[in-house]
Design a protein around this ligand. Structure first.
Ligand code: PEP
Ligand code: MG
Length: 573
């Protein structure tokens, strides 16, 4: 059966390949003995997990749109049948009682038995149903265990398409090392960190597909169109041929753009524009150099802290920052101090609260952990001796936070001086403007900052009250909302008036449709994912600055989305 799914394209291009399902458990479960007097409770735990999954599947069935193919419902029904069958819902109970073992182990053993039986079946259709059994067991294990993630088996020689319900930025880090040609998830918004990471993998990606993980099966052929946000499952030959052609055209375009690498980003009226890159890890520098970026506008240092049980100490951080500073050979390297919390949790980080985006995040967290912050500030200062390093403070919302941070920086400087460790006494310190309060009360921060960087991802989230990771409100996440445009242009204008350099480092900076608008607002420095740099550069090269300003002003005065997009189309024509 072939069908299409629609989501939000977060990284462009077309990929074709077999599905590789990301399971929520490793299926390698612990085996331990349960004391006789606790066996009844273990059985209850197992029953509870089965019940939870039953509820999940029933809810899924209810939420299938009426227009969906009949097979979708049949598929969910099949999973319910498997779950309700005594071989899965009863047999493990007996095993728990007979063997005195834990529920996960009993379930896993029963699954292995079932799989052996399936393997002996001649009928191909029935034999393939073992994948369904595994999916159902995984759901139950997930209910028993929580959520760790691994990719299912399959033939690893063929690069596949990663299909997941959800991926954390930490998961994405792990997948950076494996070869996938695309990834798709059920949840997530276009500027979630997971989506940003996907862009850094430079592969087509679609998020917010809602039921992809339940509907797609291991090894099914998928076409992922990351530009349109469409996924085609089991396409027929004609569709495959058509998409292969489109894929070739896309690749050809990208190749052509690469030739712009060493061309300076100068407008038609001769103004140089700085195009910088955003990175997550020192290893990304390679990509930055290939993109032709003239500096690093955002080094998201928190990624050094992920996927590990401990925290990197000052020494480890120093070596990472120094490596980037040296690799960039005198070009600016803007290191952002730790921005964890919200959708970028780390194992040792702040406690998860109801509203992490409004909680102890970024500079707030750092100020509450002075030892950790001191180590990072010292590491960044030390690295400044080896290149053109700048410090960027995320999530500032008031003057007191800035003053405290600068006091901590001064303390770190004094320590290094006393220890005779060299650092750049003039290292510039910038603030991220990503909380509306900071944008509106900008003048209270400006006098103590050497530069600004507008974090539009968060600025949009906080201005519009839209959780950037929540796909159910993703349609309301709008960079062209008049309030967002007002704040962005206000920050650029105010900073320029005070001669404080300003850049944009959120996803808006890498969106070619918005390049002229930002230029028209007066922006002269953009920082984006290196993959976006060539297309943005192409726009810059074809732009006459003086022609952008009046339309940008009219866009600021427009009241409806229709008027704004009409004016934007005019600006981009
Ligand atoms: C932003 O908020 O725009 C930004 C660049 O920071 P991050 O995406 O890491 O929150
Ligand atoms: Mg941010």
């Amino acid at each position: 059966m072939s069908f299409a799914m629609f989501g939000i394209g977060v990284s462009g291009g077309i990929a074709i390949g077999p599905a590789r399902l990301l399971s929520h458990t490793s299926l390698e479960v612990a085996h331990y003995a349960v004391p006789a007097e606790q066996l009844d409770r273990e059985v209850e735990r197992f029953d509870g997990a089965v019940e939870e999954v039953r509820g999940e599947l029933e809810t899924l069935r209810e939420s299938v749109p009426a227009a969906a193919p009949a097979e979708v419902d049949a598929f969910l029904q099949l999973h319910l049948m498997i779950l309700n069958d005594a071989t899965l819902s009863e047999a493990p109970r007996t095993l728990i009682l007979q063997q005195g073992c834990n529920a996960e182990w009993a379930l896993k053993q029963q699954m292995d038995t079932l799989i052996r039986q399936f393997e002996a079946i001649e009928d191909m259709y029935l034999r393939e149903r073992q994948a369904d059994v595994v999916q159902v067991v995984e759901r139950v294990l997930k209910a028993l265990l929580g959520t760790t993630t691994t990719v299912s088996g399959g033939n690893r020689d063929t690069p596949g398409i990663l299909v997941a319900h959800d991926l954390s930025p930490a998961d994405m880090m792990l997948f950076k090392q494996q070869s996938f040609v695309a990834f798709i998830t059920d949840v997530g918004g276009a500027t979630s960190h997971t989506a940003i990471m996907a862009r850094s993998l430079n592969i087509p990606s679609v998020v917010a597909l809602h039921h992809g993980w339940s509907l797609v099966r291991e090894n099914e052929i998928l076409i992922v169109d990351g530009t349109q946000g469409v996924v085609l499952v089991n396409p027929d030959r004609q569709v495959l041929t058509e998409y292969r052609l489109r894929q070739e055209q896309w690749d050809l375009e990208r190749q052509k753009l690469k030739r712009l690498r060493s061309t300076r980003a100068t407008t038609l009226d001769g103004v140089d524009i700085e195009l910088h890159a955003n990175i997550e890890l020192p290893a990304d520098v390679d990509q930055v150099r290939k993109s032709g970026a003239t500096g690093i506008g955002l080094f998201r240092s928190e990624f050094l802290f992920m996927n590990r049980p401990d925290l990197p100490d000052e020494e480890e951080q120093f070596h990472a920052y120094r490596a980037v500073a040296e690799a960039m050979r005198g070009q600016p390297v803007t290191i952002r101090s730790l921005d964890i919390g919200n959708d970028k949790p780390i194992e040792q980080g702040p406690r998860v609260t109801n509203n992490p985006a409004l909680g102890l995040r970024a500079v707030r967290y750092c100020l509450s952990e002075p030892r950790l912050f001191n180590g990072q500030l010292r590491a960044i200062l030390r690295a400044s001796h080896y290149g053109n390093v700048k410090l960027l403070i995320p999530m500032l919302s008031n003057r007191a936070e800035l003053d405290q941070t600068l006091a901590m920086l001064e303390q770190a400087r004094a320590q290094l001086r006393a220890e005779g460790i060299p650092f750049d006494e003039e290292m510039p310190v910038g603030g991220m403007i990503e909380v509306p309060a900071a944008a509106l009360a900008l003048e209270s921060l400006l006098e103590r900052l050497d530069f600004l960087s507008i974090g539009t991802n968060d600025l949009i989230q906080y201005t519009l009250a839209i959780d950037r990771t929540d796909d159910s409100v993703a349609h309301l996440y709008d960079p062209l909302h008049p309030a967002v445009l007002f704040l962005v242009s206000h920050v650029i204008r105010t900073a320029s008036k005070h001669h404080v350099p300003v850049s944009v480092c959120g996803e808006m900076a890498g969106e070619p449709q918005l390049t002229r608008l930002l230029l028209g607002f007066g922006l002269r420095c953009f920082s984006m994912h290196p993959n976006h740099l060539p297309v943005v550069k192409q726009v810059v090269l074809k732009t006459t600055l003086s022609e952008t300003e009046s339309t940008a002003r009219r866009i600021l005065g427009a009241h409806t989305a229709e008027r704004i997009s009409a004016l934007l189309a005019k600006l981009n024509s």
